[in-house]
Design a protein around this ligand. Structure first.
Ligand code: ATP
Length: 300
């Protein structure tokens, strides 16, 4: 039996960040959207645990850890421990989500692995338990299970779907050098010593999503980490300015960066923005719709 589960990258349409909490996390008020850039996790029965990773030529394979440090190893261990079974499987991760790009690729792999291994091992884990295990793995993992468009609270791990009236078209400009999420948060803390304990609810953005109007959505996109990310990587500011100059409705840094995402008015408009980036020397520029489904079985 070979089971393949696909899980999406996320972008944060709104990322409100509070002051650091005593447990080290930051309180977040975020709106996630799952977009059609996906990793696949394929699993099959085996007498041992093996993990392989396959990457497209634009991803450096050395960036994805093997041998225990991969988040998929941790996902398998937690799921197996929850049920008291042995974590044995052959696992192949096929990556398309940029690594360390602010699009939660590792979280997508973890979510896909939970769904795939649950089925391979015949565990029938409840949705509530799967979400709890996901939250233990990382703040963005529950959303990678849920998909669609969702409000994320707590440190991002508490997710609930929100009304979203459209298919939105995005252009993702991928950087050839990743950024460390903890380093961006540390710089945010330096720049924002008076950050609120609890960030505000993004009411205008939620209304824009329900309206289906890309111009309205563009006006309300917001990322509290953007200033810190651009301070650390000034080229991201130039990329956003370029996207605006070539017709994007609005560009923002995705999560902690360095991927920049641009909302376009239509699929055609997105392709035009992407082509302009290509002509300007950006090698990896992806056009994608959102929202898409969370982790789901594609072959079994
Ligand atoms: P986040 O914002 O969730 O920290 P990101 O989207 O910026 O993440 P990821 O691609 O999830 O970045 O990877 C962050 C780091 O996690 C990588 O630099 C890598 O060392 C480690 N990692 C562990 N497992 C994986 C995996 N399956 N795919 C990619 N990176 C992984």
């Amino acid at each position: 039996m070979n089971i393949t589960v696909r899980a999406p990258a996320k972008i944060n349409l709104h990322l409100g960040v509070g002051a650091p909490r005593e447990d080290g996390f930051h309180s977040l008020m975020t709106v996630y959207q799952a977009v059609g850039i996906c990793d696949d996790v394929s699993v099959s029965r085996s007498a041992a645990w093996t993990l392989r990773v396959s990457v497209p030529e634009w991803i450096d394979p050395d960036l994805v850890p093997l041998g225990g440090d991969n988040i998929v190893d941790r996902a398998a261990s937690l799921l197996a421990a929850h049920h008291g079974v042995d974590a044995k499987a052959d696992v192949l991760i096929t990556k398309s989500i940029p690594v360390a790009g602010g699009m939660a690729g590792g979280s997508a792999d973890a979510a896909a692995a939970l769904v795939a291994l649950d089925r391979l091992w015949g565990l029938e884990t409840s949705d509530a338990d799967l979400l709890r295990i996901a939250a233990d793995l990382g703040s963005d993992v529950p959303f990678a299970l849920l998909g669609g468009t969702a409000l994320g609270t707590g440190h991002g791990e508490l997710v609930e779907q929100v009304e979203d009236a459209a298919t939105w078209w995005w252009v993702a400009v991928v950087s050839d050098e990743g950024m460390s999420t903890p380093a961006v948060y540390r710089h945010f803390d330096v720049l924002n010593p008076d950050a609120p304990v609890q960030p505000e609810s993004p009411d205008a953005l939620l209304a824009a999503l329900a309206s289906g109007d890309p111009l309205r959505l563009g006006e309300t996109l917001h990322n509290d980490l953007q200033e810190a990310a651009i301070d650390l990587r000034p080229d991201l500011g130039d990329i956003i300015d370029f996207g605006h100059a070539v017709g994007a409705v609005r560009g923002i840094v995705s999560g902690s960066g360095p991927t920049c995402v641009f909302l376009a008015e239509s699929a055609d408009a997105a392709r035009e923005v992407a082509a302009a980036f290509g002509k300007n020397g950006h090698e990896v520029v992806l056009v994608t719709p959102g929202p898409v489904a969370g982790a789901h079985v594609v072959t079994y």
